[in-house]
Design a protein around this ligand. Structure first.
Ligand code: FES
Length: 155
């Protein structure tokens, strides 16, 4: 049994092997590996008696279930209109300068990925971004530097 099969088996034991278990299992894989690999999708399909196409369809439907390997900390900057009007570009420029990557890329040490996302529901406090599950609002270049320094110091 491969490492991926073992991981999937543990998640199936935890969430069950019914169709409705698919999303929590995919989320569990994402939490552990920071993306959902082809190998994991095939293993999940086998365990839940679903087609690989079913699992792939679900994995690619939700933007938070990335199927591309990402960094440990995935930064998602809101690109929707209100944050855009609140100088989202300045926030992105600051992040790109600090991390030395462009939007869509991952740092060489696999610690950070920088992505865009749609409205996070914090328009009244834009510009806003997520780092994994944590929301940051009222962003400025100064607050971005503090936030990224904090994450750089995390294991
Ligand atoms: S437009 Fe950015 S949080 Fe809504």
């Amino acid at each position: 049994m491969t490492k991926t099969d073992l991981m999937v088996k543990e998640l199936v034991d935890k969430y069950g092997n019914k169709r409705e278990s698919l999303l929590p299992i995919l989320q569990g894989v994402y939490d552990l590996e920071h993306f959902v690999s082809d190998e994991a999708m095939v293993s999940i399909a086998r365990n839940l008696d679903l087609s690989s196409a079913d699992v792939y369809g679900k994995s690619t439907f939700y933007s938070f279930l990335d199927t591309i390997p990402r960094g440990k900390f995935v930064i998602r900057v809101c690109k929707t209109i209100v944050c855009d009007m609140h100088d989202k570009n300045q926030i992105v420029d600051t992040l790109e300068n600090i991390l030395k990557i462009k939007v869509g890329e991952t740092t060489l040490n696999r610690k950070f990925s920088l992505l865009y996302t749609n409205c996070l529901g914090w328009c009244h406090k834009g510009p806003a971004m997520l780092v994994n599950d944590d929301v940051y609002t009222d962003l400025t270049p100064e607050s971005i530097r503090e936030i990224i320094t904090d994450y750089k110091n995390r294991e």
